[in-house]
Design a protein around this ligand. Sequence first.
Ligand SMILES: [Zn+2]
Length: 448
Amino acid sequence: MRRKYLIIIPLILLVCIAGVLIFLKSRITFYEDSYKRNYTYSGVFDTITADYNGCKYNFESNIVEEKEAKKLVKDFDESRKQIIRSSDKVIQEKINIYVVADDRIVGPVIEDDALFLPRKYLEDYDYRYWIVQLMLKKGQCKESFEEYKNIFNVESAEHPMLFPTKGFSKQQLETLDNTEFFINGNNDYIFKSAGSGFIINSDIIDDSTYEKIIELIQVESITKENLKQLLEDINIDHSMYGGNVDDITYHIENKGGRSYTIIDSDGKIDITLNDLTVRTLEHELMHGFFIDYTDLNKYWIEEGFCEYVAYILYPDNKLVEGISKMSVDDSYEDGDFKRYLQSKNYDDNDIGRMYFDYVVNRLYQGKDVSDYPKLKEKVATNFGPNEQSKYYGLELSYTEAMSFTAYLIDLKGLDGLFDFMSSDKSYEEFFGKSYVELENSWKKSVSE
Ligand SMILES: [Zn+2]
């Protein structure tokens, strides 16, 4: 009997010591701390903080209780370990995690500020992987979702979706796959794709806006590729500003009214869009690339050039098709484009663009312009804002400018017009004709 105890007691002791050691190692101890946020939601915040396996976890103390915080720390740590195990791409390093403010946001830190993500993502295994991957790269999400799936070896993972994607085209779904998504502290959603960032406040995004934005992202990357090719073809290796086509920020305000483009002193292109139409995005993108005139004689050339380049860079087949059908359709009679196209189930944005293309077609290709005043009136009636008198024919003036610009391009080539626009030369000096003479011969060319 005694000999048995002699063996059992040390064994029990050993097990107890091992148990205590394991317990101590896995125990997460929190201490009170504070942190200072410099940018979004700036201020100093009280936290409970834990250091665990080389990472620091900060929980805003009035947001997350210790018990839940412990669980989050373990979840993060488990994801982190799995990522490090499954990928040689990831460099293990210390990370700081802040869990802050109501139920919206949980995030790692980018340069003194938090990258915010909805907390609900944490409950999902795949999202957790994704988030930890972001953290390990200091908040920069460099891979596509497909690559993440490979890195994490999670075949069945679905792309993180904000909104339903039912009815999305194949291209839209592909665009989604190549788009990275962030939420910042102002509750802005940030979509990053092909070097461009699209920022939109979450308050103004819903299912249909989401789909529209995905379409804009898709068109933007195609347009940029075509623009690069076009500039290469005419031997131009720079924008007129030196701006970088692969580093553009879009602010989607969608308030209605004017959209505009700003170029900062480093040549960075910053575009504010107040509507979600493809045409506006393309037009403003061109402004980012082509010169801004103070010389009013060239002002409309710039607008026309932006329209022209946008038009040739992204011809929309569906719309081109629609226009050609319309011209041979007997049910189109009274000149009311909007009513006609609505009867064919086009939405308002399509109608705007089709109408525009129709006018371009007639003007630029020298088709019948005998009902020109009527067209002008239709533009204002169908697409102008409420204050019709103020905006009368505004849309058409862009189309006219485009047609005139196209005429000048016919004379001197696209590279020639590019030269003209980037020089101080007058019309006489460059074309050998005055502006008025050129305008008259253009009018003649579209009326024949
Ligand atoms: Zn413009």
